[in-house]
Ligand binder design. Structure first.
Ligand code: SF4
Ligand code: SF4
Length: 158
């Protein structure tokens, strides 16, 4: 059995074409539109033949993140917190802004969110299903206010 399985990005899939013919197990022909993981043997034929590049081969087990020093992770978290504060201030300004300022403030919020994502990735939260992210979600799920949403996320990664 391969260490990989195929995943179809439904937003890119143009439906009913090559992967349905090349898959040796019928895993691509699934009523849900997603590939049937239980039938996939990870041969990669679907990914190679997809004209829309809608199929990615994913590892069955998520790899451990690179180990970083505590100082580095602490610093990245500190910068992340600043970015979160900036986003909150920009959101406050957005609510009070006139139409000339709207686009600029929205662009600043967007760029801050991208930087924040990069910082979190660099802080070892590389994959949402990675061990460190799962541990963080489990901790947060002890908070009653956030329990419902974190439990949903944890379930979706299983
Ligand atoms: S990787 Fe192979 S077995 Fe799995 S869905 Fe694609 S073609 Fe089918
Ligand atoms: S080959 Fe690609 S575009 Fe065609 S049905 Fe399969 S996933 Fe969708």
């Amino acid at each position: 059995m391969s260490e990989f399985h195929a995943y179809r990005n439904l937003k890119l899939c143009s439906k009913d074409c090559l992967c349905l013919f090349v898959c040796p197990t019928g895993a691509t022909n699934n009523e849900t539109g997603q590939i049937d993981f239980s039938k996939c043997i990870g041969c990669g034929a679907c990914a190679m033949s997809c004209p829309s590049r809608a199929i990615t081969m994913l590892p069955n087990a998520m790899p451990d993140p690179q180990i970083k020093s505590k100082e580095m992770v602490d610093k990245l978290f500190e910068i992340s917190k600043n970015k979160i504060n900036e986003i909150e201030i920009l959101k406050y300004l957005l609510a009070k802004s006139n139409s000339n300022e709207l686009r600029l403030i929205k662009a600043l919020i967007y760029s801050n969110k991208i930087i924040l994502e990069d910082l979190m990735r660099e802080s070892d939260f590389m994959l949402p299903q990675g061990k460190k992210s799962l541990l963080l979600l489990s901790k947060i799920s002890n908070n009653n206010d956030l329990k419902e949403i974190t439990d949903k996320l944890l379930k979706s990664f299983k």
